[in-house]
Design a protein around this ligand. Structure first.
Ligand SMILES: CC(=O)N[C@H]1[C@@H](OP(=O)(O)OP(=O)(O)OC[C@H]2O[C@@H](n3ccc(=O)[nH]c3=O)[C@H](O)[C@@H]2O)O[C@H](CO)[C@@H](O)[C@@H]1O
Ligand SMILES: C=C(OP(=O)(O)O)C(=O)O
Length: 424
């Protein structure tokens, strides 16, 4: 199993190109199931979850083609026919986002069999809102032997529009229901919809495919179902979490880096907090120049739905706070178990205590390298940041979590001057 070996204490300098967003690419790949025509995607990130999703689509009989085999950022997907409308446990257990095939399969094919995702390191993460929403659109949903068996109403074999108010704001729930609704008969209104930029990015692709969706970027999406969608070419939005992760890295290590091909307008809450920490930034439409010359100031925050502070940046900011000049209070409101990195950071010399969903971080002068274990995707990223600032050597185990969601993170960090290498 791969590990990362880091010799900390090096400031970062140079330029990094930000990849396409994992959380936009995954639903967008599933959206290709909604048409028999060709969907060409650009700015695809080259990471494990994307490879898993492409494998899942291939298992369904979908054609996946990289026109230039050396360029993994452009892919052609064609779901001319769907041979098997199924996502097995083997696939779903490695990537929860596999649940995103449910809406498109049900809408286009009239039935689907998708393994229920189990709980995961960061929380229970049920999918009850996906199921209830599809039931409201007329689908028969049964859970049997750990699988969701979904069938569109007969004899039409087509879902019908509905007004759906989810109990909470759910990102993949909104995406799944939006994809189910685009081919339904009549109008669907999704109330309490997630406003994350990745939801809007999916909606834009669907519109390019001929879907009728209004309310983009708001908490009410209205979808007028159409009979069929057609192919499209689409460029996936930049990854705001990768962007934020590199910004936290330079804020922690000091130095000066330029991030290109990013979308600063999707990062307002993160940028505000980094300014509070002392990171100096010049910001263009698609680039950020970030400079840090001193020890960070502590930043307290509370995670919440977009446009508030993202839970996917909580761990990375925790790493920054460990070496800040004072104490910070971090409140996690989205997932019930997203402090798994805390114990590992304490092993590196951090001083963090947890009380329920609140972590109190007392900044220390320095961290000291040790062997630590990655437990989930963003926890891994936060340990990389901690390793980059720690004195001495840090070995991070179980980095397959990191590879799920980052496009060659250690290669990009090495190019910035970090002493980091992948070891077997
Ligand atoms: C692939 C992807 O885009 N993943 C993101 C997505 O995950 P994901 O879409 O799984 O997260 P949700 O927005 O659905 O979850 C928000 C909260 O709602 C709960 N819930 C959700 C659905 C449901 O049917 N029932 C239910 O109880 C969840 O357990 C969680 O406590 O949004 C999260 C919150 O921004 C991010 O951390 C993930 O990176
Ligand atoms: C939690 C995340 O992803 P997923 O929903 O795919 O587990 C994440 O991207 O931080």
């Amino acid at each position: 199993m791969d590990k990362l070996f880091i010799q900390g204490g090096k400031p970062l300098h140079g330029e990094v190109r930000i990849a396409g967003a994992k959380n936009a690419a995954l639903p967008i790949l599933c959206a290709a199931l909604l048409t028999k025509d060709l969907v060409t995607l650009r700015n695809l990130p080259d990471l494990q979850d994307v490879r898993t999703m492409l494998k899942l689509l291939s298992q369904m009989g979908v054609s996946v083609n990289f026109p230039d085999p050396l360029d993994r950022t452009v892919v052609e997907i064609q779901a001319h026919t769907i041979a098997k409308a199924e996502a097995t446990y083997d696939m779903v257990k490695t990537m929860r986002a596999s649940i995103l095939v449910l809406g498109p399969l049900l809408a286009r094919y009239g039935n689907a069999r998708v393994s229920l995702p189990g709980g995961c390191a960061i929380g229970a993460r049920p999918v009850d809102q996906h199921i209830k929403g599809m039931q409201a659109m007329g689908a028969k949903m049964h859970i049997e032997h750990g699988y969701i068996q979904a069938n569109a109403p007969q004899p039409s074999g087509r879902l019908h529009g509905a007004k759906i108010l989810t109990d909470m704001i759910t990102v993949t729930g909104t995406e799944n229901l939006m994809m189910a609704a685009v081919l339904a008969e009549g109008k669907t209104v999704l109330e309490n919809a997630a406003r994350e930029p990745e939801v809007t990015d999916l909606a834009k692709l669907l519109i390019a495919m001929g879907a009728k969706i209004t309310g983009l970027g708001t908490d009410q999406l209205t979808i007028e179902g159409v009979e069929a969608l057609h192919g499209a070419e689409y460029e996936i939005i930049a990854d705001r979490i990768e962007t934020g992760t590199f910004l936290c890295a330079v804020a922690a290590t000091t130095g000066e880096i330029k991030l290109t091909h990013c979308r600063p307008d999707t990062l307002e809450a993160v940028i505000t907090k980094l300014q509070e920490a002392g990171l100096e930034m010049s910001i263009g439409d698609n680039w950020i120049l970030a400079k840090m010359q001193k020890r960070p100031q502590p930043v307290s925050f509370r995670t919440s739905e977009y446009p508030s502070f993202p839970t996917d940046m909580q761990a990375q900011f925790m790493a920054l706070n460990t070496i800040a000049n004072g104490s910070a209070r971090v409140t996690e409101t989205i997932f019930e178990n997203r402090f798994m990195h805390v114990q590992e950071m304490n092993r590196l010399g951090a001083s963090i205590s947890i009380d329920g969903n609140i972590a109190m971080v007392d900044g220390v002068d320095h961290l000291s390298g040790a062997t630590v274990m990655a437990t989930d995707l963003r926890a891994s990223a936060s340990l990389v940041i901690a390793g980059l600032v720690a004195q001495g050597d840090t070995l991070i185990e179980r980095i397959y979590h990191l590879d799920r969601g980052y496009d060659r993170m250690e290669v990009k960090l090495s190019a910035l001057g970090a002493q980091i290498e992948r070891v077997k």
